[in-house]
Every structure is written in C-alpha cells, then in structure tokens.
Design a protein around this ligand. Structure first.
Ligand code: SF4
Length: 218
C-alpha cells in the first residue's frame, strides 16, 4: 500500500485492509484494545493474518471486572500478551486533584487516565488500529478506514468502520470469540465504571452530561 493509494482503502474489506496494514507496517503496527466487542473481532482477524501482531490497552484502573475478565480470556485464548499503559496512580491523582475528578472534571480525568497513556503507547510505532465504527454515534459517522492521525503523528486505521452491530456479532458467534459479558446486559459501549451505564450506541457513556468522547479519537 502506498500513501497515494490510501483513498482506495475504503473499498477494502476489514480482512484485506488488515493484510495490507501488516505488510506495510508490522511490527510498527499497534492495536488498541478496549475489550469491547470490536476489539475481540480485530484481535481474532489480525492474529489469523499475523500471529506476532502487537496489542496494547489503556488501563485506567477503573475498568469493570467483566472487562478485566475479557482481557484475561483473550490473552488465554490467543496466547498473546497485551501491553499495558497507565496514567498516574489513582492515589497521586487524588493527592493532586482531589477525590472524584471524573465527576468534577471528566475531561481532565480522561486526559490523565487515557489521553496521556495513549500518547506514550503511540510514541514509537507507525500505525495504530482502533475499533471505531461509523454507526456508533453521529460524531463517528465519517470515520475513514485509514487516515493520518495529526495529533499523534502516525497513521490510524479503523478496519471495522463500515461494519454494523450485526456484522460484529455475526463474526463473534461464527468464530466463538470471547467478548465482554456486559454487552449481554445492555451495555453497547463500555468504558470506566464511574462513567458508564447500560445504553444503546454510546448513550451509556457519561450519560446526563455533554461529554461524548474521551479524547482518544478527536
Ligand atoms: S471515562 Fe471517566 S473515570 Fe474513565 S478516565 Fe474518563 S472521566 Fe475518568
């Protein structure tokens, strides 16, 4: 894949795109794992193409037990080790910013617990992969399958950008892949315990506030 051909990426299916990303970028290709259903699909598909593919997660320290269980299940199923990036400790966050920063200033909290660790994770790779899908929210409706991520200075790929909810579940059930059990309890989108409730699309994230994104994909 050449830079000039990136517009042609839109015509590629998820598997074809992953194959080209591996050819072009691996091992400087890094997959972000949120342990939502899209991460399960991408891990399964990518490891069939490249068994030494590399994965990372941002552990906020405030994830659901079901999310940590999915993390363990995926590592066991595929025999992979997912790299971990964390923001400052919760104790230090409390000493610097007081209690419940997520309630008083969720943008600052996401900045410390997600945005800063992501920057660290992406510092030494050439392309990262996320599970964004266009139908997840109006803000994500124009998500390209591949683009230059200006903020982090590398390519970003969204191989499931044009997948529907049904496409995701069909793949998961067809391949019997571990997935986050919270999806079965009404959580379509899953983030931190303090900021996530059941809901369709991304309605359950920071519900009742103006906030809709954590700042990782802006
Ligand atoms: S989702 Fe909530 S708890 Fe998690 S980092 Fe953002 S504000 Fe903090």
């Amino acid at each position: 894949m050449t830079l000039a051909a990136t517009h042609e990426v839109e015509r590629l299916g998820a598997e074809e795109l992953l194959e080209q990303l591996v050819e072009r970028f691996h091992p400087r290709l890094y997959v972000a794992c949120s342990f939502q259903k899209e991460a399960s699909v991408i891990m399964d598909m990518l490891l069939r193409i490249e068994p030494s593919a590399r994965f990372f997660t941002l552990d906020t320290g405030l994830l659901f037990p079901e999310t940590y269980a999915t993390w363990r299940a995926l590592e066991e199923r595929y025999g992979v080790k997912i790299d971990v990036y964390q923001g400052m400790s919760l104790a230090r966050q409390r000493s610097l910013h007081g209690d419940a920063l997520w309630a008083r200033d969720p943008d600052a909290c996401c900045g410390i617990r997600k945005v800063a660790p992501l920057k660290e994770a992406l510092a030494d790779v050439d392309c990262w992969i996320s599970g964004l899908r266009r139908e997840q929210s109006p803000l994500r409706a124009d998500t390209p399958k591949l683009h230059w991520d200006d903020r982090h200075g590398l390519y970003k790929a969204n191989p499931l950008a044009d997948w529907s909810e049904r496409d995701v579940w069909n793949y998961i059930f067809k391949h019997d892949i571990p997935y986050n059990a919270l999806h079965d309890r009404g959580y379509e989108s899953i983030g931190c315990t303090h900021c996530t409730v059941p809901g369709s699309g991304r309605d359950g994230r920071w519900a009742g506030t103006e906030k809709t994104e954590c700042g990782l994909h802006g």
